[in-house]
Write a protein that binds this ligand. Sequence first.
Ligand SMILES: Cc1cc2nc3c(=O)[nH]c(=O)nc-3n(C[C@H](O)[C@H](O)[C@H](O)COP(=O)(O)OP(=O)(O)OC[C@H]3O[C@@H](n4cnc5c(N)ncnc54)[C@H](O)[C@@H]3O)c2cc1C
Length: 412
Amino acid sequence: MAQQERFDLAIVGGGLVGAGLACALAESGLRLAVLEAVPFRSAAQPSYDDRTLALSQGSKRILDSMQLWPEVARRDATPIEHVHISDHGRPGMARLHARQFGVEALGYVVTARVLGQVLLERLQQCAAQLEIFCPAIVDAVDPHPDHARLAWTDAAGVRHDIDTRLLVLADGGRSRTRELVGISAQVRDYRQSAVLCTVTPESGHGNWAYERFTSSGPLALLPTSSGRFAVVWTAGRDQVPELTSMPDDEFLLRLRQRAGDRAGRLDRVGQRNAYALNLVRVTDSVRPRTVVIGNAAHTVHPVAGQGFNLGLRDVAVLAELLHDAAAAGRDIGDTALLQRYASLRRRDTRAVAAFTDSLIRLFANDFPPAVIMRSLGLLALDTLPFAKRFLVRRTMGLAGWLPRLARGLPLG
Ligand SMILES: Cc1cc2nc3c(=O)[nH]c(=O)nc-3n(C[C@H](O)[C@H](O)[C@H](O)COP(=O)(O)OP(=O)(O)OC[C@H]3O[C@@H](n4cnc5c(N)ncnc54)[C@H](O)[C@@H]3O)c2cc1C
C-alpha cells in the first residue's frame, strides 16, 4: 500500500457497527477505509462471536433498507412472538404478544457471527469503493484543519499512515482511539458478568422469550433458530468462575431454579462464555474531523438487548447525513454536520442508557417500596394496554425522529 493514502471516510473498528456503517455508505461514492485490528474470521474476533443479539423491529427495518435483512433472515433470524417478564421469588409478571401490536414479531434473535458474515460479504462485494486494512491496529491520530491523519500497525509490526476527511471511531467499549482524540468517557463497572450459553427446552421454545429478574441480575432466555434457547445469565463477577466451570448437570440444576418452570425443563447445556459488563458514556461524541459511534460511544447493560440496536441507529443517522452532504458536494468532515449528528443522537442514547441502568438498579433493590413498585409495575405492564405500548414502542426502536433507513427508505 502506498503510504498516506487519502480517503473520504476512515472507520476504525470493523465490528458490527463499523462494518454496518461501511455497508450503508458503500454506494455513496465516498472513498472508504475500514481498519480492523483482529482478522474477521479469527476465533478471537470480539464482535463476530457466538453471542445472540435480540434485534428490534427498527433494526430489522434498517437492515432491510440496506438490503441485508433477507440474507440475515434466510440464515438465522428467529422471531420473538411472545415475551414473559417476571421477578424471581416475587409476585407479578407481564406477558407481551406481537399480535397485540399488529406486528409479526416483537424482535428477532440473530447470532452476531452470522450477522457479521453477512456484513462482511457485502463489504467484499463493494471492494471497488472501499479498502479494508486488517489486521490494522490504529494507535495514533493527528487532526488537521481539512483532514485527520491516522497511523496504524500491521501484523508484521510495520507502521502506515492514511489521511481522511472524516474519521469514525467504532472500536468498541474499550476504545483506545477515543482517548487518542481527547474524548473522555464515564465508565461504571457493574461488577457483573453475563454468562452466555445455549440449552434445549424439552418441549420447544414456541418463539417465547423470557426475562426474569433475580437478586444477582437478570436472566434471559431467547429463542434461536436451532430450537434451543440462548441463555444470558447475569451474575455477580465473583460467581462467574464457578458458573462457567461447574459440571453441566449442576449448571442446569441452578439454571432451572433461577428460570422457574415457565419455559419447561431445560437440558443439554452448550459452551459457556462470560462477558464483563460496564456502562460507558462519552461526554461528547465529536471532535474536529472525528465522530465516535456504537459501543465506543455508549456501552449499555444487555438487560433489554439494546446495545447493537442503538449502534445501528447511530449508523442510520450518520449515513444519512454523510450521504446527503456528499451528494450536495459539501464537506463530510464539517464540524456543523458532526454537531448535527451529535444532537440528533443525544436523546435516544441518553434514554436507552437511563432505561437499562434503572432496570438494573430497580430489580437489584430489596428495599420493600422498590419491591412493591416493581410488582405493581409488572402488573400494570400485564394489564394496561398503554403501559405495554409505551414499553414496546421504546424497545422496538420506532419512537421519535427516524432517519430514512429506519423508515424503510434507501439513502439515495
Ligand atoms: C452479553 C451481551 C449480550 C448482548 N445482547 C445484545 C442484544 O440482545 N441486542 C443488542 O442490540 N445488543 C446486545 N449486546 C450489545 C452488542 O453486542 C454491542 O452493542 C455490539 O456488538 C457493539 O458493536 P461495536 O461494533 O460498536 O463494537 P465491538 O463489537 O466491540 O467492535 C469493535 C471492533 O473494533 C476493533 N478494534 C478495537 N480497537 C481497535 C483499534 N485500535 N484499531 C482497529 N480496530 C480496533 C475490535 O477488534 C472490534 O472488531 C450484547 C452485548 C453483550 C456483552
